[in-house]
Design a protein around this ligand. Structure first.
Ligand code: HEC
Length: 108
């Protein structure tokens, strides 16, 4: 049986980590629960004083998370939330939040 090339490409694109592009939405990170209580699962914060993360630049989120983890941003609440997460785990979270759609503010 001949499998069409497009079917193979679709399959490859569906496997996370094999073909990653900005167009494919990231997989929901396993650690998202650590963050969702404050930042919301889609990056729309539910608490005063907590920044929205949805649609923020990927590089910025990545850097910010490493800075909290390494103590260059000394914010105890964020350091505690991140704990010893690996670069790969922080990366997955940054990708997730960066890919979420930002919402216009309700009260400008
Ligand atoms: C207990 C509430 C809480 C939890 C849980 C929490 N955060 Fe935060 N987060 C905050 C607060 C408050 C700030 C603002 C800190 C500051 O002033 O730098 C912040 C800041 C951030 C920023 C920087 C945003 C910016 O615009 O500079 C990122 C990125 C972030 N959090 C990601 C995460 C991720 C990813 C997790 C899960 C591992 C997480 N946070 C868990 C409360 C929380």
């Amino acid at each position: 049986m001949r499998i069409p090339l497009t079917a193979i490409l679709c399959l490859i694109a569906a496997i996370p980590g094999v073909a990653r592009s900005q167009a494919t939405p990231p997989v929901r990170p396993s650690r998202l629960g650590l963050c969702a209580a404050c930042h919301g699962a889609t990056g729309h914060a539910s608490m005063p004083g907590v920044p929205n993360l949805a649609g923020q630049k990927l590089d910025y989120l990545r850097q910010a998370l490493k800075q909290y983890r390494d103590g260059r941003r000394a914010v105890p609440v964020m350091r505690a939330a991140i704990g010893p997460l690996s670069d790969a785990e922080l990366d997955a979270l940054a990708r997730w939040y960066s890919a979420q759609a930002p919402q216009p503010r309700a009260h400008p």
